[in-house]
Write a new protein. Sequence first.
Length: 264
Amino acid sequence: MPARYPERIVCLTEETTETLYLLGEERRIVGISGYTVRPPRARKEKPRVSAFLSAKTEKILELKPDLVLGFSDLQADISKDLVKAGLNVVIFNQRSVEEILDFIQVLSSIVGVPEKGERLVASLEGNLEEIRKAPPKRRPRVYFEEWDEPMISGIRWVSELIEIAGGEDVFKERSLSQGAAGRTISDPAEVARKNPDIILGSWCGKKFRPERVIARPGFERISAVKANQLHEIKSSEILQPGPAALTDGVRHIHEIFLAWAGKR
């Protein structure tokens, strides 16, 4: 039998599913994460076999995949169980915009369509360049909150997209941390001292509650609170390290910045 590319792929996170659909290779997917919302049709077409930190190993084995795709060290235990069960597993670990683009190119090569990957990457790069060339009249200072209890600031690709959209991440140095521990803010006063113009919230799968943010000690003095500049970015748009963040996510952020600057 001649060598072939993977034909039965299980995707443990959304960005691999979304990317394969954008590449026109969705026929290869036989199982997806239960958190997948992009594209919407995937939930109707593909069986859900995992959460983010857990997976239905027996159900995955029943699907007879020739490749399982995951993301980050947080899925190390899942991947270990699947490897022990005899499956091929690839775990991506992209944390920056450049690494997201690299991931897309690598994935396209894994399934044998590198030219499609190049076209998708070029399209995403073009979108980012368009946004970069249309900055707001003033550069807002931005606090991005990924989680509220404890407070966790934005991961690296989010920080970079804030910069691309024309803002300044007030916790840029924290975004370089590989794990969430390095981005955890123990004292609300630390945010108050940064005095952001805009607060963006994306609470990783639950609804952002601006009233809870406003009620924190010292937050009444923050410029963003005084001007009612607290906005939600859906986690499906920005917290998946794939095409969504580089399209809908960054565009939404850019629109918020332009509207803020227009009111100045």
